[in-house]
Design a protein around this ligand. Structure first.
Ligand code: CUA
Length: 182
């Protein structure tokens, strides 16, 4: 899909460029009585436009060739842990609530009843990541845990009377304590 979109964009960009160049070359024949200055001006305009098109294509190729968003590129690395998350009125159901620091976790988020908002906080104040929890859909959210500690899941979408009570905890274990706790 990504490759198709990319190829299509390239083709369309080329078509637009060719059309513009045709218009430019036609415009060069136009000035007639407008004199030398106009002719030179049009010529330079065409040159600068060509330069803009060529550098635009080159920059697009250079910067967009590898898709920058992790998890969407073909052949992207697999997560270390997958946690199934289901939002209910009014609690979070997590298939697992403990991971190790350094792991990349993919949350597969859905809802059993109404829309909820899955929001992951560190130290109760900093939001690390969030995604919508929707009935009938699974939204994937990847988080690379670089800091150990207690993380809290809150609900960001008003979902009824006890919306504020939708809380869950995720523990990210530090490397050195892994052995002791298992
Ligand atoms: Cu669930 Cu608000």
């Amino acid at each position: 899909m990504q490759t198709l979109a990319w190829t299509l964009s390239l083709v369309l960009m080329s078509v637009v460029a060719v059309v513009f160049l045709k218009v430019c070359s036609g415009a060069n024949k136009g000035p007639g009585d407008a004199g030398n200055i106009a002719t030179i001006g049009y010529r330079w305009r065409a040159r600068l436009f060509l330069l803009a098109v060529v550098s635009g294509v080159a920059i697009a190729l250079g910067t967009l060739w590898t898709w920058p968003i992790e998890g969407h590129a073909r052949g992207a690395t697999q997560p270390d842990v997958v946690i199934q998350v289901t939002g209910h009125q009014w609690r979070w159901d997590l298939s697992q609530d403990t991971v190790d620091v350094g792991q990349t976790v993919e949350f597969q988020i859905t809802a059993a009843d109404v829309n909820h908002g899955f929001a992951l906080y560190k130290d109760k104040t900093t939001m690390v990541a969030q995604a919508q929890a929707m009935p009938g859909f699974v939204n994937r959210l990847r988080v690379h845990f670089t800091e150990p500690g207690e993380y809290e899941v809150l609900c960001l979408e008003y979902c009824g009377l006890a919306h504020h009570a939708m809380r869950a905890n995720i523990k990210v274990r530090a490397k050195e304590t892994q052995g002791e706790e298992q």
